[in-house]
Design a protein. Structure first.
Lengths: 778, 564
C-alpha cells in the first residue's frame, strides 16, 4: 500500500509530483524563512506602511493636478493636438520620440507606483522582485524623463501654481518610491534570481501593465487614426470586446486560482486600483468641488467600491456591486452610450471599456477566487437595501444638481430619456405623460414617477434574475470542478496501475493471490453521505469453497457484492478477485466473475438463447463451449421448450434460471449468487445447489448470499456474518452440529451485538455516549 | 361474506365505485399539487392563464377570419368551420379512446388486481369507462369549451348559449368513450391478429407509412410554382366555401351536434331553437343504446380477458436458432437493433420522426420556392430550414434521454460485464445516430435542391446539422446517465413525467432557436456570400459536438459507476 502511494505520487503526474515535491520543499523552506523574517522584520516593514500611504497621497495630488493633461489634450481638444487627424504626437512641442517616451513611461510609472504603494501590505517573493526589478528601473528612467514630462504639462496649459504643485509632488513621489524600493533591495540584496523567479516576474509584469494601461495613450501615440471600426450594434468588433469581457476574467481566474491568498488579494487589489487610476484620469481637483461631476453612475461606482471592499473587507457594500453592477455593466457593454463613430483607439472608448470590464467581472472574480463568500439570501437582502438607498440618492442628486448644470444631470439614466429612447415610443410616452414637478426655494425638481418606479422594479427583477443565474453558475462550476478532480484521480490511478504492474500486461493479475477473493479494509459510503454502509471489511475466500454470506436486511451484503461485481465504486480499501484489483483492473476482474443478482435483470425482448449467446459473446466463449454449456443447462433447468421463445413469456422462475445460465456460461472462477433461489421450483433449487457444489469442486470460488440458513448450513464450507456494515465473525460450517446449529449461532450473534449496543447505550454517560457513537461510526 | 352483505345498497355501491375511479385516476394523474398550497395556487393560476390564452387565440383567429372574409362573404365565420374543427377534435378523441380503452379494458395489468377486490366485475368495467369519460370531460372543458367561447365572442353568440354549451359538452364527452368502447372490440381483434403475426404487422406498418409518405409528398408537390394569395383570392375563396359546404353535408351528424351546441344562424344572428333540445335528447338516447350494446358485448370479453393469465400466453414465437459466436461489440450492436426493432413503440416513433423531417423540409422549401424573395428572405429561409431540422431532431432526442433508464435493472448489469464502460453506452446510441444521419442527409438533399446555396455550402451546413445532432444525442444520453431512472422503469414500466426528457425537450427549443438566430445573424452579416457563414456554422457544430463528446466521456468515466 505504501509502495502504491509512493508510486501514485510519483507517477500520478510525474511533473506534478516533481513540482509538488519541489514546491512543498520550497514551501517549507519559504514558510520557515518567512516566519523568521516576519519575527525580525515586521516592525521594520510596518514602518513602511506610512510612507506607502504618503506615496499614495503624493501620487493622487500629482495625478489630479497634472498627469491627466495629456489625456485631456487627446480627448477634449483633438483639433488642437491633432489638427490633421494623423498622429497625436505632432502637436507636442517636444520631438515625437520624446513625447512618446514620456507617455509610455508615465504608464510604466503608474504601474510601478501602485506596486510600491501595495508592497508593504503584502509579503510574498514575487512582489519583492517586482519592486526590485520592475519598479526600480522604471523610477530611474522616469528621473531622466521628468523634465520632458513637466514640459509637456506646461505646454498643455497647466497654470504655474498647479505646475509647481505637480512638480513638487512628482519629486516627492519619486523620492518616496526610491526609499521603498531601497528597502526592498536591503531586504533581499540578491541580483541573481532563479529561472522560476524570472518566469514569474515576467508573467506578472504583463498583466500589471495591461491593468495600468492609461486610456489616452493610444490616442496620444497614434492620433485619431481612421474611424474604421465602430464598437457598437453587436458588430463583429463589438462582439470581440464582449467576448473579451468573458475571456479576461476566465484567464485571470485560472491564472490565480492556485495561488496563495496573499497573491490573489494583491493581484485583485492592484487590478482594481490600476483600473480606478486609469478611469479617474479625467478628474481634477476642481471636480471635487463640483459634485455633479462625481462618478455616481452605477457602473462608475464599481470603480471605487471594489477597491474599497478589498481594502476594508466590507462585504455588505460588496454584495451591492455583486448583484447590481454586474448586470448593469453587461447591459451597458451590450448597448454602449458613446457617440457613433467613436474609434477603437479613442480615449473615450477605452475609458468606457476599462470601466465596464471592471464593473462586470471584478465582483465575479472576487467571489470565484473566494475573497468574498458566495452570497446567501441575507446578503441579497442587504444588496437590495443598498440599491434602494442608492436609487433614492440618485433621484435626489439628479433633481438637485440639474439646477446647476445645463442640460441636467442623469445619474443612472433616471432623469433623461436615454433608456426610453432605446425602448421605443411606448416607453417615451410612459415617461413623458407622468411628470411630477415642484420647487423648493430656488431649486426646481422634476420627476417621472411611473418611469422611475418601473425602472426600480425592473432592476430589482433583474437582480433576482442575477441571483438565479449565479446559483446556476455556481452549481455548474462546482460540478465541473468535482468532475475535474475525479478525472485527475482517475488518470493518477491509471498511472499507478501501470507502475504497479511493473512492465507486465494489463491482462495479468496485479497481485499474487490468483485463486482467492480478498477484501482488505473495504469501506463504502453512498453519495455525499458521511455514514458508511460498510466499514473496514476484511475477508478472504479460497478457491474450492462455497462461502456463505449471512446478515439481516440492510446489513451491507448487497453493498459488498455490488462493489465486487463492479456495479458501484469502492470508497476505501481494496477488493482483489483472483489477483486482479477490482478498481484498477476492472475489466480483467469482471472476466473472472459470474453474477446472479437478487432480482433477475434481463432484456426481455430477446429469446433465452439470444440472451445467453449475447452474454457468451461478451465473455468471448468459444462456439464449442457455449454449445456444450447451453445444452447442459437447458436440460438441467428443463428449458427445452422455452429457450427460443421471447423471455417476456417466461415465468419468474424461468427468468431466474436464464440469469443463472448467463452467469455460468463462461465458467467463472468466482461465482457470486445474491439470493438466487427466490422463485425457483424445488427441482431447480436442487439443481442450482448441485451446480454450486460442482463449481466449487472444480476449484472455483462460490460466494453465496442468502437468508435461508438451512441451505447455507447444508452446502457452504464457511460462513461470515455481517451486521450494520461490519463483519462480525467468520466460521467453518463444520464447527456446527445438531446441538449447535448455524441458525442458533446466527440468531445469538445478531442478538448479542444488539444487547451489547443496548447495554452500552444504557450505561454510559451522555458525553461518553456521543463519543461512543462517533467511535462506532468511524 | 359478511362484508359483502353489509356492503349491499346504493351508498356503499357509490362509495366503492368512487374509490375504484379515484384509485385509477391517481395512478394516471399527478395530484401532488393538492398537498401544497403553493403548488395548488400555481396550478390554478396556470389553468386560468391557459383557458384565457385559448379563448384569446380562438377569438383572434375567428375575428380575423371574419374580417378577412376567409370562409364567407357575410362577415361571420360560418358554423361549418366550427363543425370541421369539432370533427377533428372528435376524431382525435375517438381514436385515443378506442386505443386507450382497448388497452385498459383487455390488456391492462391492473385488471387482475381490481377484480380481486370486493367489487363486482360490472363495477370494474364501468369504472374504467368513467375514468376515460373524466379524461374526455377535462379535455372538453379546458380546450373545446374555450375554443367555442372564442368563437362565440367573435360571432356575438347570445349569453345563454354559453351556459347551454356546458351540459352539451358534458354529454358529448361521453360519446367518444362509449363509441370507443364499442370500437375497441374490432380494434382488439385486429391488434391481436397483428400481434400474433409479426410479419403482417411490419408489412402493414410499412405499407401505411409508404402510402402516407407518398400521399404527403404528392400533396406537397401540388403546391403551385408561384403563390400569390392576394391576386388569386377570388379564385380560391369559392373553393374554400364549397369545401366547407360539402364537408357539412358528409359530416351531417357532427354538423347537427355542432348546431346543438351553438344554435343556428339566421336573421343575421345566432338563435336558440327547439331542434337543439331534440338533438340533445336524441344524443342521450343514442348513447344509452350504445352503452347497452357495449355492456352486452364488451363486458363479457373484458371478464374473460381478466381471467386469462399472461404467463401462459404465447405472445410471439421466434424460430429456434443455432448458437452463434460473434465479436463482442458486434453482438452488443445486434442486441440493440433487436431490442429496438422488437420494441414497436420506439421504432414507430423513430420512423415517424425521421421520415417527417425531410417531408417537412420539402414542404417548407416548396412554399419558399413559390414566393418571390430577396436576399434577406433567402437567408431567413436557410435559417428556417436549420431550425426545423434541428428542432424536430433535438426534440426526438427526448427518447434518447430515457434509453439507458428504460433498460431497468438490466442497465445495472452492464456494469458487471468485462467491457470498457463507455462501449455499450455508445453502442446503444448507434441506432438513433444511424437513422438520424439518414434523415439529415435526406433533409439536407431536399434543402440543397431547392436552395440557391452552392454544393460546398450545403455540405458544410449538413456537417453542421450532423454534428449538432451528435452533440445533442450525447447530451441527452448524458442526462440519463447522470440522473438515471432505472429503478422507476423497473418497477412501473414507464415514467409519465421523466425529468430528463423534459430537460432535453427544453434544450431542444433553446439550442435550435439559438442556432436559428445565430445563423441568420451570420448570413446577413456575410452580405452576398454566405460561405463564411456556412464555415462558421460548421465549426460551431463541430465544436458543440466535440465539447459534448468530451463531457460525455469524462462523465461516464468519473460518475457512471456510482449513479444508479
Amino acid at each position: 500500500m505504501a509502495v502504491e502511494l509512493i508510486l501514485l505520487e510519483k507517477i500520478g503526474s510525474k511533473r506534478r509530483a516533481f513540482s509538488a515535491n519541489k514546491n512543498s520543499d520550497l514551501l517549507v523552506a519559504d514558510e520557515a524563512e518567512t516566519s523568521k523574517r516576519k519575527r525580525v522584520e515586521k516592525p521594520f516593514k510596518d514602518k513602511f506602511i506610512a510612507p506607502s500611504v504618503l506615496l499614495g497621497l503624493l501620487y493622487a495630488v500629482r495625478y489630479l493636478s497634472g498627469d491627466r493633461t495629456l489625456g485631456n489634450a487627446t480627448m477634449a481638444d483633438i483639433s488642437r493636438f491633432d489638427p490633421y487627424g494623423i498622429s497625436g504626437l505632432v502637436a507636442s512641442p517636444l520631438p515625437d520620440w520624446l513625447t512618446a517616451m514620456a507617455g509610455i513611461f508615465m504608464w510604466l510609472e503608474a504601474a510601478a507606483v501602485l506596486i510600491v504603494i501595495l508592497y508593504p501590505l503584502f509579503d510574498f517573493k514575487n512582489i519583492n522582485n517586482l519592486v526590485k526589478f520592475f519598479a526600480t528601473p522604471v523610477f530611474i528612467f522616469e528621473l531622466t524623463l521628468m523634465y520632458a514630462e513637466m514640459q509637456l504639462f506646461c505646454s498643455f496649459g497647466m497654470d504655474v501654481g498647479t505646475l509647481y504643485l505637480s512638480a513638487a509632488s512628482f519629486a516627492g513621489e519619486i523620492g518616496m518610491s526610491f526609499a521603498i524600493c531601497g528597502y526592498a533591495w536591503i531586504r533581499d540584496p540578491r541580483f541573481k534570481i532563479s529561472k522560476a523567479e524570472v518566469k514569474n516576474l515576467l508573467l506578472s509584469i504583463l498583466p500589471v501593465l495591461i491593468a495600468a494601461f492609461p486610456p489616452y495613450l493610444l490616442q496620444l501615440l497614434f492620433g485619431k487614426a481612421n474611424a474604421l471600426y465602430e464598437i457598437k450594434g453587436l458588430t463583429p468588433q463589438h462582439r470581440a470586446f464582449l467576448y473579451a469581457a468573458v475571456v479576461v476574467p476566465i484567464v485571470t481566474y485560472f491564472g490565480l486560482r492556485n495561488k496563495s491568498k496573499d497573491v490573489i488579494r494583491f493581484s485583485l487589489l492592484f487590478l482594481s486600483l490600476a483600473t480606478m487610476v486609469s478611469y479617474t484620469f479625467n478628474y481634477t481637483f476642481i471636480d471635487i468641488i463640483q459634485p455633479w461631476h462625481w462618478p455616481l453612475h452605477l457602473c462608475n461606482t464599481a470603480m471605487y467600491i471594489v477597491p474599497i471592499c478589498l481594502i476594508f473587507k466590507w462585504d455588505k457594500l460588496f454584495y451591492f456591486t455583486y448583484f447590481i453592477n454586474v448586470m448593469g455593466a453587461f447591459i451597458a457593454m451590450a448597448m454602449p452610450n458613446y457617440d457613433d463613430g467613436t474609434n477603437i483607439i479613442s480615449t473615450k472608448l477605452i475609458l468606457f471599456w476599462i470601466n465596464h470590464f471592471c464593473a462586470f467581472f471584478m465582483p465575479l472574480l472576487l467571489v470565484a477566487l473566494k475573497v468574498f463568500d458566495r452570497p446567501h439570501f441575507k446578503q441579497f437582502r442587504y444588496s437590495m437595501i443598498g440599491f434602494l438607498i442608492y436609487f433614492v440618492l440618485m433621484l435626489i442628486v439628479n433633481g438637485w444638481f440639474s439646477n446647476y448644470v445645463e442640460g441636467g444631470v442623469d445619474y443612472f439614466f433616471l432623469n433623461k430619456d436615454f433608456v426610453v429612447s432605446k425602448l421605443g415610443s411606448w416607453a417615451e410616452k410612459l415617461r413623458e405623460n407622468y411628470v411630477w414637478q415642484f420647487d423648493i426655494g430656488n431649486l426646481h425638481f422634476v420627476y417621472y414617477p411611473v418611469y422611475q418606479t418601473l425602472f426600480f422594479i425592473v432592476y430589482v427583477g433583474i437582480a433576482f434574475g442575477m441571483w438565479f443565474i449565479y446559483e446556476q453558475f455556481f452549481a455548474i462550476a462546482d460540478f465541473h470542478y468535482d468532475m475535474m478532480i475525479r478525472n485527475r484521480k482517475f488518470r493518477q490511478d491509471k498511472y499507478a496501475m501501470k507502475s504497479a504492474l511493473n512492465g507486465r500486461k494489463k491482462s495479468e493479475p496485479m497481485y499474487d493471490q490468483t485463486d482467492k477473493l480478498i477484501l482488505e479494509g473495504f469501506g463504502k459510503r453512498y453519495g455525499t453521505s458521511n455514514v458508511y454502509a460498510v466499514k473496514n471489511a476484511d475477508l478472504e475466500v479460497n478457491a474450492g469453497e462455497i462461502f456463505g454470506f449471512l446478515g439481516p436486511n440492510g446489513a451491507g451484503k448487497s453493498t459488498i457484492i455490488k462493489s465486487i461485481v463492479g456495479i458501484q465504486p469502492i470508497t476505501e480499501g481494496t477488493i482483489k478477485v483472483c489477483g486482479y484489483d477490482v478498481e484498477k483492473q476492472s475489466v480483467e476482474a469482471k472476466r473472472q466473475i459470474g453474477y446472479v443478482p437478487d432480482h433477475y435483470a434481463l432484456y426481455e425482448r430477446l429469446t433465452g438463447r439470444e440472451y445467453i449467446n449475447y452474454i457468451a459473446d461478451i465473455y468471448d466463449v468459444s462456439k464449442e463451449d457455449r454449445d456444450e454449456r447451453i445444452e447442459k443447462y437447458v436440460e438441467l433447468f428443463e428449458l427445452q421448450g422455452a429457450i427460443d421463445n421471447s423471455m417476456r413469456t417466461y415465468s419468474h422462475g424461468m427468468k431466474q434460471k436464464i440469469t443463472i445460465m448467463a452467469a455460468l456460461i463462461h465458467d467463472p472462477k468466482l461465482w457470486i449468487l445474491d439470493e438466487p433461489l427466490t422463485g425457483l421450483d424445488p427441482n431447480s433449487i436442487y439443481q442450482v445447489k448441485e451446480c454450486m457444489k460442482q463449481h466449487a469442486k472444480a476449484g472455483n470460488i462460490v460466494f453465496f448470499s442468502s437468508h435461508i440458513i438451512d441451505v447455507v448450513e447444508r452446502i457452504c464450507d464457511r460462513i461470515t456474518i455481517i451486521k450494520k456494515g461490519k463483519i462480525i465473525c467468520t466460521r467453518n460450517v463444520s464447527d456446527f452440529g445438531p446441538d449447535n446449529t448455524l441458525e442458533d449461532f446466527y440468531l445469538k450473534t445478531i442478538e448479542e451485538t444488539e444487547v451489547e449496543r443496548e447495554e452500552i447505550d444504557a450505561n454510559v454517560q451522555p458525553e461518553t455516549k456521543r463519543k461512543h457513537r462517533l467511535f462506532k461510526r468511524d | 361474506m359478511e362484508d359483502t352483505i353489509q356492503n349491499k345498497g346504493f351508498k356503499p355501491f357509490i362509495k366503492h365505485f368512487k374509490a375504484l375511479v379515484l384509485m385509477q385516476l391517481k395512478d394516471k394523474l399527478d395530484f401532488s399539487f393538492l398537498s401544497s398550497k403553493k403548488k395548488l395556487i400555481a396550478k390554478i393560476v396556470f389553468f386560468i392563464l391557459r383557458i384565457g390564452a385559448i379563448i384569446a387565440i380562438s377569438y383572434l383567429a375567428f375575428h380575423y377570419a371574419a374580417v378577412l372574409s376567409l370562409f364567407s362573404l357575410s362577415g361571420i365565420v360560418p358554423v361549418g368551420v366550427v363543425t370541421m374543427i369539432y370533427t377533428l377534435i372528435f376524431v382525435m378523441s375517438l381514436l385515443s379512446c378506442t386505443v386507450g380503452l382497448m388497452k385498459t379494458l383487455y390488456y391492462a395489468d391492473d385488471n387482475r388486481v381490481l377484480v380481486t377486490m370486493p367489487v363486482t366485475g360490472n363495477m370494474v368495467f364501468f369504472s374504467k369507462l368513467v375514468v376515460y369519460f373524466i379524461f374526455e370531460l377535462e379535455r372538453s372543458l379546458t380546450f373545446t369549451l374555450p375554443l367555442l367561447i372564442g368563437y362565440g365572442v367573435a360571432s356575438l353568440l347570445p349569453i345563454g348559449m354559453y351556459f347551454w354549451m356546458i351540459p352539451c359538452l358534458i354529454f358529448l364527452s361521453a360519446l367518444p368513450v362509449v363509441l370507443g368502447a364499442l370500437l375497441s372490440l374490432p380494434t382488439m381483434a385486429v391488434y391481436g391478429f397483428l400481434k400474433r403475426h409479426g410479419a403482417i404487422k411490419v408489412t402493414v406498418f410499412l405499407l401505411v407509412i409508404t402510402i402516407f409518405v407518398a400521399a404527403v409528398i404528392w400533396l406537397i408537390l401540388l403546391i403551385p410554382e408561384n403563390i400569390n394569395l392576394i391576386q388569386q383570392w377570388h379564385h380560391i375563396q369559392p373553393h374554400i366555401i364549397d369545401f366547407i359546404r360539402q364537408f357539412n353535408i358528409y359530416a351531417y351528424p357532427l354538423a347537427k351536434l355542432t348546431n346543438m351546441m351553438i344554435g343556428e344562424y339566421y336573421n343575421l344572428r345566432f338563435n336558440f331553437t327547439w331542434a337543439q333540445v331534440v338533438t340533445f335528447v336524441i344524443l342521450i338516447a343514442a348513447m344509452a343504446l350504445v352503452l347497452v350494446v357495449v355492456y352486452l358485448i364488451a363486458k363479457p370479453l373484458f371478464l374473460k380477458m381478466t381471467a386469462t393469465p399472461f404467463e401462459f400466453e404465447k405472445k410471439e414465437y421466434i424460430k429456434a436458432r443455432e448458437n452463434r459466436r460473434r465479436k463482442k461489440y458486434k453482438s452488443i450492436l445486434r442486441k440493440e437493433f433487436l431490442l429496438n426493432l422488437r420494441s414497436t413503440e420506439i421504432s414507430y416513433s423513430f420512423v415517424a420522426v425521421y421520415i417527417s423531417v425531410p417531408i417537412l423540409i420539402l414542404l417548407l422549401n416548396k412554399i419558399f420556392a413559390a414566393m418571390t424573395t430577396q436576399l434577406l428572405g433567402d437567408y431567413m429561409a436557410y435559417s428556417f430550414n436549420l431550425l426545423i431540422i434541428l428542432l424536430i431532431l433535438f426534440a426526438s432526442n427526448a427518447i434518447v434521454s430515457t434509453m439507458y433508464s428504460m433498460e431497468g435493472r438490466a442497465g445495472y448489469m452492464k456494469k458487471t460485464k468485462p467491457l470498457e464502460l463507455i462501449m455499450p453506452l455508445v453502442i446503444k446510441l448507434f441506432y438513433n445516430i444511424l437513422f438520424s444521419v439518414l434523415s439529415i442527409l435526406a433533409a439536407m438533399t431536399v434543402f440543397g435542391i431547392y436552395s440557391a446555396l452552392s454544393v460546398g455550402n450545403i455540405i458544410m451546413l449538413t456537417v453542421c446539422v450532423l454534428f449538432f445532432q451528435f452533440g445533442h444525442i450525447l447530451w441527452s444520453a448524458e442526462r440519463d446517465l447522470m440522473n438515471p431512472q432505472n429503478e422507476q422503469y423497473a418497477t412501473t414500466g414507464g415514467l409519465i413525467d421523466n425529468p430528463n426528457s423534459n430537460m432535453t425537450t427544453i434544450s431542444a427549443f433553446i439550442i435550435s432557436a439559438a442556432v436559428f438566430a445565430f445563423s441568420l445573424k451570420l448570413f446577413t452579416e456575410g452580405g452576398d456570400d454566405p460561405t463564411l457563414a456556412c464555415v462558421k456554422l460548421m465549426l460551431l457544430g463541430i465544436a458543440f459536438a466535440l465539447m459534448r463528446a468530451y463531457l460525455f466521456f469524462v462523465k461516464v468515466r468519473v460518475y457512471y459507476k456510482e449513479r444508479m
